[in-house]
Design a protein around this ligand. Structure first.
Ligand code: 5GP
Length: 121
């Protein structure tokens, strides 16, 4: 796995070098809208720690970080109004997934019926 790169765009957002609308923030996570939304609600949730992908996060994060992060994901889904109607949570990891930003993040997509396809044919 590639080493964490401090210059990635989400690291810069975490450091406040690039603005974002901070929808939710606590000691473990930050949530903000995706700049290119693919659903009426499209929010990114990122951990505060330096992890390249969910593979890296699952392998190296502490139990407290993992619990805190996924509690934040649940809170964000409530806060942006999709917990009741439903949503899809996606985490891309590595080249075949076309992960663009090498700082672990999950996408929360909702606000409409998302259909059954998980991948582009
Ligand atoms: P990935 O393909 O890595 O899972 O998704 C990265 C996501 O980050 C993309 O959906 C892209 O639109 C979003 N993104 C890339 N740069 C920025 C940015 O500067 N600000 C925000 N809010 N989202 C970004």
């Amino acid at each position: 796995m590639t080493a964490y790169d401090d210059s990635n765009i989400f690291a810069r957002i975490l450091r406040g070098e690039i603005p974002c609308e901070r929808l939710y923030e606590d000691e473990f996570a930050l949530a903000f809208p995706d700049i290119r939304p693919q659903a009426p609600r499209h929010v990114l949730v990122i951990p505060k720690g330096k992890y390249v992908s969910i593979t890296d996060f699952g392998a190296k994060a502490t139990a407290e970080e993992i619990t805190g992060f996924f509690r934040a994901v649940s809170l964000v889904a409530e806060k942006v109004g999709v917990a009741g109607s439903g949503y899809r949570m996606i985490a891309n990891a590595g080249p075949d997934s076309r992960q663009e930003v090498p700082h672990f993040h999950v996408h929360i997509l909702g606000g409409r019926n998302l259909g059954t396809l998980l991948v582009t044919p």
